[in-house]
Design a binder for this molecule. Structure first.
Ligand SMILES: C[S@@+](CC[C@H](N)C(=O)[O-])C[C@H]1O[C@@H](n2cnc3c(N)ncnc32)[C@H](O)[C@@H]1O
Length: 271
């Protein structure tokens, strides 16, 4: 992972939330919120919350008096999330925090969860151990990661299309980071090494839908850190890369509304 892989700032928070979230994150957010709410926690910590898609789904499902702390490494993502959060019966504590160095006491939460953030942790086992540290005995750590890029159609196609623009040095952000941590045996071993005992892993396939190939291309090329990687090679090439990705997706999925397979692992571990 490079430093720019974890930089969600500038125009990324808005484009991420308006284009990426409905495309691939919203459907899993509904599942994550349901899973977490089913534990009826009295204190919940969300890490790598991004633009708050799970926060919006979960807050209305938590009981009155629940403590809900929402964190992310990048303050611009949290700022954006806060503007999108409607009123809810519980107060949300927004706080910038690195999931590997949580500013909370030991045994403070019943559930810690992280949707599609663990792939960005420089040391996953250290991140999981940190989640375990702030969990009460019997608490749950819930997290999701994407499966391999070949099982996530649009991400794979965008990566191939952008490689045509930079054949000598193809930007590999999507394959390297969001889709770079999918081996179930490795995930189980990392979670176990962090001290968790009961570990359940389920692989879930869903369908990603968008009104157009253009929206998909803009989402991936401009609303994720792939943008940082393209601009680092040639700031003027962002539009050409987006155009090529839109052409490739339209050629495979048609003009007009498009749909593609997405797949992720859902992990629940008990402390
Ligand atoms: C793909 S987004 C997922 C956001 C959100 N959970 C969702 O499902 O839409 C990844 C998020 O991880 C955050 N992130 C990256 N490294 C992190 C770290 N070490 N600690 C906390 N958050 C981190 C990024 O700022 C970004 O918001």
């Amino acid at each position: 992972m490079t430093e720019s892989d974890k930089l969600f700032a500038g125009s990324i928070p808005r484009l991420y939330d308006t284009l990426m979230v409905p495309l691939i994150f919203e459907a899993y957010a509904a599942d994550t919120a349901e899973l977490v709410a089913a534990f009826s926690p009295s204190a919940v910590l969300e890490t790598a919350a991004g633009s708050g898609v799970v926060t919006r789904a979960l807050a209305p499902r938590l009981g009155m008096g629940t403590r809900y702390v929402v964190t992310d490494l990048n303050q611009p993502m949290l700022d954006y999330a806060a503007t999108r959060q409607g009123s809810s019966k519980i107060d949300i504590e927004w706080r910038q925090a690195d999931a590997l160095r949580l500013p909370f006491e030991d045994a403070s939460f019943d559930v810690v969860f992280c949707q599609f953030g663990a792939m960005f942790f420089p040391d996953r086992t250290a991140g999981y151990a940190e989640a375990r540290r702030v969990l009460r005995p019997g608490g749950r750590f819930v997290f999701t990661v994407w499966d391999r890029i070949e099982d996530n159609a649009f991400a794979d196609e965008v990566t191939g299309a952008v490689a045509e623009i930079f054949p000598q040095d193809p930007p590999r952000f999507l394959a390297r980071t969001p889709h770079g941590y999918h081996d179930v045996a490795l995930i189980r071993s990392d979670v176990s090494r962090a001290g968790f005992t009961s570990i359940e892993i389920e692989t879930r396939e869903k369908t990603s839908r968008s009104p157009s190939a253009r929206d998909v291309a803009t989402a991936y090329c401009q609303g994720t850190p792939l943008r940082n990687e393209i601009e680092a090679r040639d700031a003027g090439a962002l539009q050409a890369a987006t155009d090529r990705a839109a052409q490739v997706i339209a050629s495979r999925h048609g003009e007009g509304p498009v749909a593609g397979k997405i797949q992720a692992h859902v992990i629940v571990a008990a402390r």
